[in-house]
Design a protein around this ligand. Structure first.
Ligand code: F6R
Length: 630
């Protein structure tokens, strides 16, 4: 969580670079605010001093503070937007934290696990603390090392050397960025288990939690490894490990453009991202097969012999990504006949799971930084499993630490609640399932080609749903007073129902639950009373073994007890009309692919209802986009 930005430009000021450090840092924070918005703060180095401002609440509060109390023009600066862990979201706990008599400023993303022990040590030395944060302890430690251990000597590394010594003492997960008044042209950063990328400019360099921190200025980025320190000046980038040994980063080109990280004329990022979905699915499918219809997943660099020997798949993910995993389970087991489990990452390693060299771990993560998933992947690797990451963020930690990656190409997802990444994850998981089926001979090439052809039609079908979104929007707006909404589904409709409920919980803050429709009579039906809204995701009536009639019976069961039913059904399914207050039709598609369509009305419903309640749909309360703490 927490977004961080750092910048150093040439000291000649705004006239040379066209912007100051503060311009760059605030723009970066605006783009990174999705990572946390409990408080925001900045520090710049100017005239041999550190000047900083920080404010609880959203970035707009900091901007108001900066209007009231402007900072001096500077070409070196750092900025932070916070998702609170240690200490509440107050001005005092906001970053930056200062030390060395106000000459050093530090910002932090992550958790310093041994902060209590370090704090005792520093208190014994006479250090006083003003906040409840672990970050202030890191700032004090760094200041103490710089001043007392290194004697404030900047000739031999100075802040960089102090950062090395500090990192050797810190435990936990952290990205740290520091500036010091005695080294005005330098930002020093360190990372362990927390994200940090470098942006390379001309006469200026950047640091960010991800590339959106500097996307307005450069597309040249450098990935850092674990336990590395980077020192940037306007003209140099030097990387070492925590012991000062030179290290290398990996340079890559960022293929996002700043416009794709903007709202594109929609009132919210979430609405834009829902409308990006035809493209997100289309891009994720692009270039995955040859002219004969044979799947070619170039990124999946795992020895085919190993993939053939896989006897179990475990999908690891959290939240929405875990629901994508549940959809994937139905498809992978059906197409590949490989037993597939889906496990919440944070539960996985605590239950002594059975994992060995024949287990394929498929992690699913939009951000690629979710700590629960990262730790689960590491655990599985230690047990000898092969790991594949389905991820939307190039260069992030989980794909880097996995044996192979299948990138989703949904583009930047800024709204905290996931929408387009979910559909792209399901698409990528289908591709993985089909690839395994092809490799292991579970499906004829012609069958795979047919499924790929069905997938290729999905973007246009999503577009049709979006073109007719008015009716579901109106329903969402009209239900702003609802206290509780239930969602039912069966087979692949079950994870869709849970995703529909999650969207409503996180956006509209109302009670919502997703159930397997067959489970209803085993307990949840007791919840139904007069007027209770119930969404039902109805499977296609076509094909063999259709569950359609069973779900229609489930609708009747809840209606008989007073429920108001809202049905998502396939075009042409006239039978459901008799049992529904509202029906929303989605285009015909094979059952296994239906989640790519059935999810969309549920997203629009949650968005409309939350908007009608006047809530900020891009930044729901208590949440952050990237959950980098366990
Ligand atoms: C819900 C949502 C979260 C994420 C979860 C995992 O809308 O976005 O439930 O899906 O925190 O995040 P990633 O996919 O980044 O690992």
């Amino acid at each position: 969580m927490c977004g961080i930005v750092g910048y150093v430009g040439r000291t000649s000021g705004r006239a040379d670079a066209g912007h100051t450090a503060l311009d760059v840092v605030l723009e970066g924070l605006r783009r990174l605010e999705y990572r946390g918005y409990d408080s925001a703060g900045v520090a710049v180095v100017a005239d041999g001093e550190i000047s900083s401002r920080k404010k609880s609440g959203k970035l707009s509060n900091l901007l108001a503070e900066l209007d009231a109390r402007p900072l001096p023009e500077a070409m070196t600066g750092i900025g932070h937007t916070r998702w609170a862990t240690h200490g509440g979201p107050t001005d005092q706990n906001a970053h930056p934290h200062l030390s060395d008599g106000g000459k050093l400023a530090l910002i932090h993303n992550g958790i310093i696990e041994n902060f209590a022990e370090l704090k005792l040590e520093l208190v014994a030395k006479g250090v006083e603390f003003a906040s409840e944060t672990d970050t202030e302890v890191a700032a004090a430690l760094l200041g103490d090392i710089f001043r007392n251990k290194l004697g404030g000597d900047v000739s031999d590394g100075g802040l960089t050397r102090a950062m090395e010594l500090a990192c050797q003492r810190l435990e936990g997960a952290f990205t740290l960025l520091a500036v010091h008044a005695d080294q005005p042209d330098v930002v020093v950063a360190a990372r362990r288990n927390s994200p940090l990328v470098v942006g390379l400019g001309e006469g200026e360099n950047f640091l960010g939690s991800d590339v959106s921190g500097f996307i307005d200025h450069t597309r040249r980025a450098v990935e850092l490894g674990q336990d590395q320190i980077v020192t940037i000046t306007a003209d140099s980038v030097a990387i070492t490990d925590f012991f000062g040994a030179p290290a290398e980063g990996k340079e890559y080109h960022v293929n996002w453009d700043p416009e794709s990280a903007e709202k594109g004329g929609f009132p919210s990022f979430m609405e834009k991202e829902i409308h990006d979905q035809p493209d997100a699915v289309g891009q994720t499918l692009l270039g995955r097969s040859d002219i004969h219809g044979k799947l070619t997943l170039d990124e999946l660099r795992i020895d085919p012999a190993l993939l053939k020997s896989v006897d179990k798949i475990i999908v690891l993910a959290c939240g929405t990504s875990a629901y994508a995993g549940q959809v994937a389970k139905y498809a992978i087991e059906h197409w590949c006949r490989i037993p597939t489990e889906v496990e919440l990452s944070h539960e996985f390693r605590y239950r002594d799971p059975i994992v060995d060299a024949n287990t394929l771990i498929v992690s699913i993560s939009q951000s690629g930084e979710t700590m629960d998933t990262l730790m689960a992947v590491r655990y599985a690797k230690e047990q000898g499993a092969k790991t594949v990451s389905i991820c939307n963020t190039n260069g992030s930690t989980i794909p880097r630490e996995s044996d192979a990656v299948l990138y989703t190409h949904a583009g930047p997802e800024i709204a905290v609640a996931s929408t387009k990444a979910f559909l792209a994850q399901i698409t990528a998981a289908y591709l993985l399932g089909l690839y395994l089926a092809q490799l292991r001979g579970n499906k004829f090439q012609g069958e795979i080609k047919d499924i790929l052809a069905d997938l290729a039609k999905i973007p246009a079908k999503i577009q049709r749903i979006l073109d007719n979104e008015g009716q579901i929007k109106e329903l969402g707006q009209s239900m702003a007073d609802a206290k509780s909404v239930l969602f039912l589904g069966r087979h692949v409709g079950f994870p869709v129902a849970m995703e529909g409920a999650l969207k409503l919980k996180e956006l509209a803050y109302i009670h919502a639950e997703g159930f397997a429709a067959g489970e209803l009579k085993h307990g949840p039906i007791a919840l139904i009373e007069e007027g209770q809204p119930v969404f039902v995701v109805v499977p296609s009536p076509r094909g063999r073994d259709s569950l359609h009639s069973k779900v229609v019976s489930n609708i009747q069961e809840v209606r008989a007890r007073g429920a108001k039913t809202i049905v998502i059904a396939e075009e042409g399914d006239e039978a459901v009309k008799a049992y529904a207050e509202h029906v929303f039709y989605i285009p015909e598609t094979p059952t296994l692919l239906a989640p790519l369509l059935a999810t969309v009305p549920l997203q629009i419903f949650a968005l409309a209802l939350a908007t009608a309640k006047g809530y900020d749909v891009d930044q729901p309360r208590n949440l952050a986009k990237s959950v980098t703490v366990e």
